[in-house]
Design a protein around this ligand. Sequence first.
Ligand code: NAP
Length: 313
Amino acid sequence: MSASPPFRKLALIGFGLIGGSIARAARDQGLAGEIVTTARSAKTRARVAELGIVDAVVETNAQAVRGADLVILSIPVGACGAVAQEIAPHLAPGAIVSDVGSVKGAVVKDMAPHLPEGTHFVPAHPVAGTEHSGPDSGFAELFIDRWCILTPPEGTDPTAVEKLRAFWAALGAKVEIMTPDHHDLVLAITSHLPHLIAYTIVGTADELGQVTSSEVMKFSAGGFRDFTRIAASDPTMWRDVFLANKDAVLEMLGTFNEDLAKLTRAIRRGDGEALFEHFTRTRAIRRGIVEIGQDSAAPDFGRRHAPLGKKAE
Ligand code: NAP
């Protein structure tokens, strides 16, 4: 006889890239007796029902969370507070409530006040994604060998934290715990600022007078192509990220602008030594990322996703 799953009922609010990937991986790994989901629009709910990945698709957030011992919000950061307020009266005692938002301080501030005594709030952020969104974009292998950061508020029941840690580990993720503020600072430089730069450079190229947009597309392999992939990320999600993580992003942007000014000066003065030294340092950082398995040294064309349990290429 197989052991009973760690969760009786998993309620997923939102079924896009992240919610859909959690559903697929949790089903494959047998992590819940029942997976029930809902999404904001009837169109998405109909598509999720068609996909046949979950046990039930319901119309409202309240219906979804009833009797669930794990509730995960996989919706834009800016919507988390209102949804927490809406589901609060319907949560089962002892339920673990979590989210996947890319910003943690604002989500904790928006959600925590609504959640009733006797439930356990354990915010999470899987640091994994693609530029795709919607119910068809998810895949079970998304979290394999990626970090998932948990930011439980002080005093959270350690058993609830451990249960969520084990859940993410079973989806293939490596789990780390930190404070929401520290998370937001780390992600501002590793994720939010790179997205802002990509959004900027793709917009700049689009507005150039001297180089046509067909030339930009034609010669994009020179580096621009990688920025366009990042700049294709969901506009709603990223609008919310920059609004919610304003302070940390502005702090990192200040430092970035100073460094950009230094490189600008080096180019203007023909200071090859300064440029060479800078590029040598950044090359070492890239090699470090490859060495710890956060990316592959292979060219990024034609990489495949590894099945659960195997290392990504
Ligand atoms: P997504 O593919 O666009 O899916 C978003 C889901 O949220 C959809 O089911 C959508 O429903 C629902 N939704 C949208 N607005 C809503 C609202 N106001 N109220 C309730 N539900 C709403 O987005 P995603 O990429 O999965 O991102 C979801 C969360 O994951 C975000 O908080 C993001 O910060 C975080 N995250 C994303 C990534 C990434 O790379 N994409 C990585 C890590 C974490 P409809 O389809 O019916 O509109």
